[in-house]
Design a protein around this ligand. Structure first.
Ligand SMILES: C[S@@+](CC[C@H](N)C(=O)[O-])C[C@H]1O[C@@H](n2cnc3c(N)ncnc32)[C@H](O)[C@@H]1O
Length: 271
């Protein structure tokens, strides 16, 4: 099949479908990008028209193909210690909370992709605990069951941990396969629980109180209506004094409300 541009009617239908399914706002002008990504999937399925592909999605909105469609539309790109300033803040804040006597820590990583981010959170907090016995649990969620499976496995290309500090590399990873892979140690994996959660469909099933939420590099896909619903849920779940980190390209601006800006793309819940 030649690369063809999606027709306006199918693009409009896709836009509505994706928004209803995942709150993802496909902007005008993305026709070429979307066409290329969808056609790759359509070729794999032997489907030759956008209309037929969208009919298939609409017929089974809870099905596996939806996950693959969303994966094609959004990106799962992530890395260990991405936007490292947030982890420096997390380490300082955690150490401060520990010094104040806190022993129970709950963290939510709201678009965890393939797990690099929640494992970085886990390594960072363990560093800050400095060997003290504490109760730490990290909930990591994503809409994509495909990336959640990768995250649970905790196996990565050896090159993926190049920007993990050498002492942490040694402490938390073991070689896997023929040496081209590394695996997160069970002890670290045990701190993270993975679940599917669609950020566009509040209320979320958690109760809180949560100390820290990482919701990074996903807000960018949403319009202000969806973003404000997410912030509302974060406000419900995070304890006063707790933190919210968003991606560096995603400052909350008009949605900040009474959240305190502690550093770039990091906010404290007042109280
Ligand atoms: C670019 S990755 C960001 C990963 C990580 N937070 C980071 O900053 O490195 C975006 C992730 O958001 C997820 N996502 C997209 N729409 C979502 C939704 N409605 N609810 C939950 N996750 C969503 C995608 O599946 C993808 O894994």
């Amino acid at each position: 099949m030649e690369q063809t541009l999606i027709d306006p009617a199918s693009f409009a239908r896709l836009k509505t479908l994706i928004y209803d399914l995942a709150g993802i706002d496909i902007k005008p002008g993305k026709e070429a990008l979307v066409s290329g990504r969808l056609q790759k999937r359509m070729r794999e399925l032997g489907i030759d028209s956008f209309k037929h592909y969208l009919d298939r999605i609409a017929a089974d909105p809870e099905g596996d193909e939806v996950v693959l469609l969303l994966d094609a539309i959004s990106t799962n790109v992530t890395s260990f210690f991405r936007e490292a300033e947030h982890f420096a803040l997390l380490k300082t804040e955690t150490a401060r909370w520990v010094a104040a006597g806190q022993t129970r820590f709950r963290v939510w990583c709201a678009a965890s992709s393939s797990g690099e981010e929640p494992y970085t959170i886990a390594m960072t907090m363990m560093e800050a605990f400095g060997g003290r016995k504490v109760d730490l649990r990290i909930l990591a969620t994503d809409i994509s069951t495909r990336v959640l499976e990768m995250a649970k496995r905790g196996t990565y290309a050896a090159s993926a941990i190049n920007n993990v500090p050498p002492d942490l590399r040694k402490k938390w990873f073991v070689p896997d396969g023929d040496g081209r892979l590394v695996r997160v140690k069970d002890e670290l994996r045990a701190l993270v629980t993975y679940n599917r959660l669609n950020l566009a469909k509040p209320p979320y099933p958690m109760k809180g109180p949560i100390d820290v939420v990482f919701c990074r590099n996903v807000m960018i896909y949403f319009d202000n209506q969806v973003r404000s619903r997410i912030i509302g849920e974060v406000r419900r779940l995070v304890r006063p004094g707790g933190l919210l980190c968003v991606g560096h390209a995603e400052s909350l601006s008009t949605l900040q409300g009474d959240l305190l800006n502690v550093q770039a793309a990091a906010y404290r819940i007042p109280g």
